[in-house]
Design a protein around this ligand. Structure first.
Ligand code: BDR
Ligand code: CA
Length: 309
């Protein structure tokens, strides 16, 4: 089967870094480009991190920097989870990959225009770039097969009691995506909290004994420490690569097609995704929601990608 053309929009970020590796190294996917959005760190930090990881893992695709603030102009770093650099825990190489002169939105448009097949967008950060792209290039919508995003939750949140970080950072952008009418898959905390980095995963990484695996161990140890401090979760959830893995093998997750809306004005719940699992609101289903993870399939894909670098 032909490889699926994808573009990854991300905010590295520990789990984004691993999402980049999975997106670039699995032969079922054809990574056309990487774009960055402010989220886990300010835009220049996450762009530098993306270029560093691409250098480290030999990922040779165009990288473009995108939005530094949400649609309404807000931004706040996530130092408590990802550290001062947004990717603390290991020494990373200086980037050898040049930054594209295009804005992320323009690179996405160019790559889609140039692709002979329709393209899948994967978003593992706030949805700002994707929403801007949809608004600025409505004519290219028919060339998007699907948008898969890591974000949201059918239950509780992580940035606030009910809002997940990526959606909380730019709820208006999430609203644009959810109302786009395009095929959507939401990969939220319900499923990513099943992708825990348990001690057996550290053992597997240890056995690889490569420069890359050692760096990944350093990064994930840092991530585990902050997750333990903030959420009392000593085995941290590797959120973002789940959104990539499900495109490699649809049986990695079980999904339900339901109505999902985002809370834009709640006093305490702004940025929460309202996932109507039992169709109580009678609104039309607009999003496939991932709810169950096949943990062993997921880790098999992730570890194979790291080994192949
Ligand atoms: C999401 O927020 C970020 O901290 C992670 O990179 C992930 O994309 C999890 O809520
Ligand atoms: Ca992310």
């Amino acid at each position: 089967m032909d490889a699926l053309p994808i573009i990854l929009d991300c905010d590295p970020g520990h789990d984004d870094a691993l999402a980049m590796i999975l997106a670039a190294k699995n032969p079922a996917l054809k990574l056309l480009g990487i774009t960055t959005v402010s989220g886990n760190g300010g835009i220049s930090k996450v762009t530098l991190n993306a270029r560093r990881i691409a250098t480290l893992a030999n990922i040779d695709v165009p990288i473009a920097e995108g939005a530094g603030k949400s649609i309404l102009g807000a931004f706040e770093e996530a130092n408590d989870i990802h550290g001062e650099s947004a990717l603390d825990g290991a020494e990373l190489p200086e980037p050898k990959i040049e930054l594209s002169l295009l804005h992320a939105v323009d690179l996405i448009a160019k790559l889609i225009r140039e692709s002979d097949k329709s393209v899948t967008l994967i978003a593992t950060g706030p949805l700002t770039n994707i929403a801007l792209f949809l608004k600025m290039h409505p004519g290219l919508k028919p060339k998007i097969s699907e948008i898969v995003f890591m974000g949201g939750s059918a239950s509780r949140g992580n940035r606030t009691p009910y809002a997940e970080f990526n959606i909380w950072m730019d709820p208006e952008a999430a609203e644009v995506v959810l109302q786009s009418g395009l095929p959507l898959t939401m990969c939220g905390l319900d499923v990513t909290h099943q992708a825990l980095v348990t001690p057996d995963i550290f053992n597997e990484l240890d056995k690889m004994n490569s420069k890359l695996s050692k760096i990944i161990i350093g990064l994930l140890k840092f991530f585990a420490k902050t997750y333990d401090e903030v959420f009392e979760m000593p085995d941290p959830p590797l959120h973002d690569p789940v959104a990539v893995a499900l495109l490699i093998d649809r049986t990695v997750v079980k999904t339900r097609m339901v109505n999902v809306e985002v809370e834009l004005s709640g006093t305490l719940t702004r940025g929460a995704t309202v996932v109507d699992l039992h169709n109580r609101l009678g609104r039309s289903a607009n999003c496939n929601v991932a709810l169950e993870l096949d943990r062993s399939k997921f880790w098999n894909l992730m570890l194979t990608a790291i080994r192949s670098c």
